[in-house]
Ligand binder design. Structure first.
Ligand SMILES: *Cc1c(COP(=O)(O)O)cnc(C)c1O
Length: 462
């Protein structure tokens, strides 16, 4: 299995190389040259299997020879052993034909653990075999960073640096990043928004001298291995609800387009997905882009679902690449317009393709809070604000196929918003109840590339 860049100018890589590289050297994102498909019988056989077995069968064709079968099985087992639920991704019913896929039973209580725990184990095995060390730098709006730190803490082949927007992540998110005591963990509070963190990260990747001197590796949602890990739960959920014998729909709370792109890959593999619905909060660039054809940045307005407060949706580039018939030059052109003019128009043909593939909706702040309150009174289910954005948009799209809304975080990760809506302050699960007592360790940094690069050079282990 080979991986190519969405901008068409970077070397073709294996799964392992694409994973260790993250962002392609031409600024693009790696995608599989061809998406492997599963037959209806192979999909039907997944029903009722343990999560780990489904993960193995779904991911193996994408990984090719990079990891042996037994290596991959062991990696998957280790990745999900720390989850607080035996099903890993359990389904709960909310209403007739509407289900919630709980993706928040991992060690940091958000769906990012599914990908990050796996990628931590994949990195460790690959780097040990190569006798190499890397410096992982990630930008986070809150959940990616905590998931990355949790996945890489204490692994000897890796230093992990996480940039988060100072004062703009929840206390639980911050503490999950600042309390691990391992020397290879570095939490950096950047003076700026998430988009600033993401922009500085991209700058570091484009500074090839720096990139090569520290062995820079990326685990943001642009990393193909993360997308792949997220494909798996579309299969477990859909087969539990009758796929492939009947189609199933999904609604996905989205910011960076990673999780929903995984759903798109599941569909390309042959999983019968009726609707694939993008749910945005008030930072609704993706919803507007599908409605109007204009992908136009307007600046971020902080919301109660902060992990979706994003204007430049990195993974959308992968969807554009396919919608433009895999024309890397067209993608380069769009990304230049985005950089220079803050937006671009999607061509009519590509827009039609995107509209055939995705539906979309948005939830305002008031609608999000009202959804948390209403679902609590109707079902007893306490939603985090991101999941509530999804539920609100999903309700507008429930049809004849079962609708599955992805619940992306545990409500205890966003207790203020949940308490304001329901009057109940959701407690942390027992296994992390002492989070508020652990000492914190963090460095404040300016929104300045040179200062950041100096600091990373200085702090990493070698
Ligand atoms: C990261 C995150 C999202 C957005 O996911 P993307 O796939 O990056 O768009 C939604 N909800 C929560 C809780 C998250 O942590």
């Amino acid at each position: 299995m080979k991986y190519i860049s969405t901008r068409g100018q970077a070397p073709v890589l294996s799964f392992e190389e694409a994973m260790l590289t993250g962002l392609a050297r031409d600024g693009g994102l790696y995608v599989p040259e061809q998406v492997p498909t599963m037959s209806s019988a192979d999909i039907a056989a997944l029903a009722g299997m343990p999560y780990e077995e489904v993960a193995f069968r779904v991911m193996k064709p994408f990984i090719g020879e990079s990891f042996s079968e037994s290596e991959l099985r062991e990696i998957i087992t280790r990745a999900y052993a720390g989850f607080g639920h035996a099903a890993r991704a359990p389904l709960v019913q909310l209403a007739p034909n509407h289900f919630l896929l709980e993706l928040f039973h991992g060690p940091t209580l958000a769906f990012k653990d599914f990908a990050m725990q796996l990628i931590g184990q994949l990195f460790q095995v690959a780097l040990e075999r190569r006798g190499e060390r890397v410096t992982i730098v990630g930008a986070t709006s809150g959940d990616t960073g905590s998931a990355a730190i949790e996945a890489f803490r204490g692994l000897d082949a890796v230093d992990v640096f996480i940039l988060f927007p100072h004062g703009r992540v929840s206390e639980v998110q911050r503490r999950q990043m600042t309390t691990p005591a391992e020397a290879n963990v570095h939490a950096l509070a950047l003076d700026g928004h998430f988009d600033d963190c993401q922009a500085r990260l991209k700058d570091m990747f484009n500074d090839f001298a720096f990139r090569d001197s520290v062995g820079l590796a990326g685990v943001n949602s642009i990393n193909w291995a993360r997308v792949l890990a997220q494909v798996v739960y579309y299969f477990t959920a859909a087969t539990a609800l009758g796929a492939p014998h009947r189609p199933v729909s999904f609604t996905v709370p989205t910011g960076n387009f990673g999780d929903i792109f995984a759903g798109y890959i599941a569909r390309r593999m042959g999983l019968p997905i009726a609707q694939l619905v993008i749910a945005t909060n008030q930072n609704d660039i993706l919803h507007r882009a599908l409605e109007t054809g204009g992908y136009v940045t307007t600046g971020v307005t902080p919301s109660i679902s902060p992990s979706m407060d994003i204007q430049v949706s990195s993974n959308f580039e992968r969807a554009l690449f396919d919608a433009y018939g895999r024309d890397g030059a067209a993608v380069v052109q769009l990304m230049e317009e985005l950089k220079g003019q803050g937006g671009f128009r999607i061509s009519q043909g590509a827009l039609e393709t995107l509209r055939e593939t995705f539906a979309s909706g948005r939830a305002s702040e008031a609608e999000t809070s009202a959804t948390i309150a209403r679902l609590f009174s109707e079902t007893g289910e306490i939603l985090c604000p991101h999941s509530a954005v999804g539920v609100k948009v999903a309700e507008e799209h429930v049809g004849s196929a079962p609708m599955v809304t992805l619940a992306t975080a545990h409500p205890a990760k966003f207790p203020d918003a949940v308490e304001a809506a329901t009057g109940i302050r959701p407690p942390l699960p027992n296994r992390m109840a002492d989070l508020y007592e652990r000492p914190e360790r963090v460095e404040n940094v300016a929104n300045d590339l040179t200062a950041l690069e100096d600091l990373i050079r200085e702090r990493r282990a070698i």
